[in-house]
Design a protein. Structure first.
Lengths: 418, 415
């Protein structure tokens, strides 16, 4: 009678069963490191070893600063390239690839039942395909490179049952912001958050990614959506047959610390207000707030579906004068898709500035604000000073709300454009 | 009377001017980019403290940043925006494109005009028959903005006659690079250059553009072509308004120099300066890690089409990152319509917002020590792009090198 996380960590630790609070040594299947990979390499040098447990489990993606704008960053990135070549690390994606999480999922490297660690807090996103994903420090990744193991405390589990039909103009992002507002930023600290019910089952993998990504902002250790035909189709489209993975499901009688039930049928668009992600208000309470910049990007909301969602509102309209709309596609694949289907042209003609794929303004690669400026962002964090000045503000919401806001120049309910 | 004398006489209210004479001329257009705007505005506000005489003649384009990476840079752009709004000057924010392309597309540049700007490549507007030159920020703050004027010593004119037809794989950029090498970086100090002859006359206006572009690189004050029907048709199509032609007459030139371009090979400017120009075969094989289409002379639709010729059916070398930076939103949109965005992307190139791209490495383009970039940019001085080395070449050579992973002769890639 075990939850998802108890089962998946027991397998990865080679144990028949584990219980919450127990410390276990797990063998992760994949170790992701992003632009901070150079730190891992430097830490490895300090450990005085060049021996890697299994280079095939190492994945590196140069996503946070792409490409370099200082010689120091250029040196760091070159160090990663050379390290990857020297050690035969084939799962290496350079500055042009896009956001690590999205790239690894598109490449079919994230599979149900896997245990994945990453040098990025939003590694919870891998739960969208039924994997265990969690963020760790770069020195922990370095240690795992060498030993193939990492210790973890088995988390307790929170079960979120989500039912109902989502109203038009309201998205998985809104649901997650609402949930974070309800439960607060430490509402699921070190818990495995499982999403069940008819709503998550109805979602695309892209939407599930948004949910599992945002679960981090509840304090979650990891997040999970049960694998189903949507998962299997996504994987088989990427050349991953069902034989290549083992799906893990919670047992029917598993013990949860808490179960939360949500009915989405009356949900409204939600906005996280400055300066915490759990400072959430329904759109009506913040509509009319002036913005200087709108950022559609990040691992939360810059996937193909997200950009199409924004483009539906921007089509035939123009960004409000004096407002900067910054769009950063999550990956090369996303950029190729939007170039092919006309979304790229729609965004450009609306006045958007479309950057190369990557983390973009979410990670401080552009989009910095001066004193008193306001950004409406589709990212997952709005902490004070995250995008430049300590006296600037970040609001978070869905791509639809972001697009509506860009058109009006003030925070706007996207349902007005339906 | 040559074109420069004619323009400067008109602009200074004199019947005629002669080389060596100092004149105070009315300026028709002042071009500032994000970096120079900040400095110029600071001097105007703190030391000059005068209103702008002709705000409608001032064009500000944020092209060095496509998005500010730091709070300090965000503050600079914020200050520029507030200044531009306060004075009512034309402002084109991040992502609009390269200053000179935006000014031309915006209809601010007309034959016979006096165009000044902080950017040293401002002479490029001589392409459509302007007297155009770069001035310091203090000149704009002290004379240009408050009085609408600038002073000049009337330069002597040198005519550069080009004839012949280049072979396949050799582009106008190669001819322009060749001339830079031939004339030398100090070869035309304070001269005005008139590019003439059947070779340039047969070129599209955006290819002619590459010649006035190099004038500063050989030390000249300005460079131009005499506007012709092609110029006027071009401006009419670009801006919806067909201007009057202003042309010089007679052979009032200090010197004429001529080159025959028919036998020319593709050219490349090697580190460390723009005048260190060699035929491509001399440097073939130098490994590169970065390639870029962009900059004043390199994000044109022509360049993108040339790169597509090379990349069709090929892939960017796995150890090369190939950046494509359109020179304007118009170019980006047009490239999308022609399917070139998807085509180059699928071949491994990465698209960036319209801007000056890696110029001075503000948003991108810093190189590690021992890294090498080949680009269509206008400058390759050490330290401009981090620690690495920069080669400058045509879009064909850049694309061919991106595919080969090393400096490559484009004639092996195009027929």
């Amino acid at each position: 009678m075990a939850t998802f996380v108890e089962k998946v960590l027991a397998r990865a630790a080679g144990l028949s069963e584990v219980t919450p609070g127990q410390i276990v040594d797990v063998e992760p299947d994949l170790y992701m490191s992003h632009s901070a990979s150079w730190r891992c390499i430097r830490a490895l040098e300090r450990l005085g070893t060049d021996r890697l447990h299994d280079p095939t489990r190492i994945a590196m993606v140069m996503d946070h600063i792409s490409p370099a704008r200082t010689a120091k960053t250029a040196e760091d990135q070159r160090l990663c390239r050379e390290f990857a070549t020297r050690h035969g690390i084939t799962k290496f994606w350079d500055v042009e690839a896009g956001i690590a999480h999205v790239v690894l999922m598109e490449e079919g490297l994230v599979r149900p039942g896997m245990v994945i660690i990453g040098t990025d807090s939003h590694s919870t996103i891998y739960g969208a395909l039924g994997a265990f994903g969690t963020g760790v420090g770069f020195s922990e990744v370095t240690a795992t490179w060498v030993t193939g193991k990492l210790w973890m405390k088995v988390p307790g589990s929170l079960r979120v049952e989500i039912e109902g039909g989502m109203p038009p103009g309201v998205t998985a992002k809104d649901l997650m912001l609402w949930l974070i507002g309800q439960l607060t930023a430490d509402g699921a600290t070190y818990l495995s958050v499982e999403f069940h019910g008819s709503y998550p089952a109805s979602l695309t993998v892209s939407e599930r990614m948004t949910m599992c990504n945002l679960a981090m902002e509840l304090g979650a250790k990891n997040a999970y959506v049960p694998p189903d035909d949507v998962t299997r189709t996504y994987l088989s489209e990427r050349g991953v047959p069902p034989e290549a993975y083992e799906e893990v499901f919670p047992d029917p009688g598993a013990q949860y610390l808490r179960t939360v039930s949500v009915d989405v049928s009356t949900l409204e668009p939600q906005v996280a207000c400055p300066h915490t992600v759990d400072n959430v208000r329904p759109i009506g309470e913040v509509a009319g707030t002036r913005v200087d910049q709108v950022f559609i990007g990040s691992c939360a909301n810059a996937k193909y579906d997200d950009l199409v969602e924004a483009a539906q509102i921007l089509k035939g309209r123009r960004v409000a004068p004096g407002v900067r709309l910054l769009v950063t596609p999550a990956s090369r694949q996303v950029a190729a898709q939007i170039a092919r289907d006309g979304t790229y042209a729609t965004l450009l003609e609306a006045g958007a500035l479309i950057t190369n794929p990557g983390c973009g303004a979410c990670a401080g690669d552009g989009g910095a604000m001066a004193d008193g400026e306001v950004t409406f962002s589709t990212a997952n964090r709005n902490f004070q000073g995250r995008m430049g000045s300590y006296r600037s503000e970040i609001y978070l919401g869905s791509p639809a709300t972001a697009a509506a806001t860009a058109v009006r120049g003030v925070i706007t309910d996207p349902r007005e454009f339906l | 009377v040559n074109l420069v004398e004619k323009i400067l006489a008109r602009a200074s209210g004199r019947a005629q001017v002669t080389p060596g004479e100092v004149v105070v001329a009315d300026v028709d257009c002042i071009l500032l980019h994000d970096l120079s705007c900040y400095l110029t505005a600071k001097v105007l506000e703190e030391e000059v403290r005068q209103p702008i005489r002709h705000p409608e003649r001032v064009v500000v384009v944020f092209d060095h940043h496509f998005s500010p990476p730091t709070e300090e840079q965000a503050r600079m752009l914020q200050a520029n925006r507030a200044w531009a709004r306060r004075h009512g000057v034309h402002l084109f924010d991040c992502g609009s494109g390269n200053l000179h392309h935006v000014a031309l597309h915006g209809g601010f540049i007309r034959p016979g005009a006096v165009v000044v700007g902080s950017d040293s490549h401002t002479p490029v507007h001589g392409t459509v028959g302007c007297f155009a030159t770069g001035l310091g920020n203090y000149s704009h703050a002290a004379l240009g903005l408050p009085f609408g004027k600038a002073w000049f010593r009337v330069p002597e004119l040198v005519r550069i006659e080009l004839e012949g037809e280049t072979r396949p794989g050799v582009t106008p950029r190669d001819v322009a690079l060749f001339l830079t090498g031939q004339i030398g970086e100090g070869g035309m100090i304070y001269r005005a250059l008139e590019f003439a002859g059947p070779y340039v006359e047969e070129l599209d206006v955006f290819d002619r553009w590459l010649f006035p572009l190099i004038t500063v690189d050989v030390g000249a004050k300005s460079g131009h072509l005499q506007p012709d029907e092609r110029t006027l048709d071009f401006l009419a199509e670009l801006t919806g308004h067909r201007p009057e032609a202003v042309r010089g007459d007679g052979d009032d030139v200090a010197e004429t120099r001529g080159w025959e371009v028919s036998g020319l090979e593709p050219q490349v400017a090697c580190p460390p300066t723009v005048g260190n120009v060699h035929p491509v075969p001399e440097v073939v094989g130098v490994p590169i890690q970065w390639a870029e289409l962009g900059g004043h002379g390199g994000g044109r639709l022509q360049d993108i089409r040339l790169a597509a010729q090379v990349l069709r059916g090929r892939r960017v070398h796995p150890e090369v990152r190939f950046n494509v930076v359109p020179s304007s939103r118009w170019v980006f949109t047009q490239a999308l319509r022609e399917g070139l965005v998807e085509e180059l992307h699928r071949a491994g190139a990465t698209w960036f917002p319209p801007s000056t791209g890696s110029n001075q490495a503000i948003n991108m383009g810093a190189l590690a020590e021992d890294e090498t970039m080949i680009s269509t940019h206008a400058r390759n001085f050490p330290g401009r792009n981090g620690s690495g080395r920069m080669y400058l070449a045509s879009a064909l050579t850049v694309a061919a090198s991106a595919v080969a992973g090393c400096l490559a002769d484009p004639r092996e890639f195009v027929r």
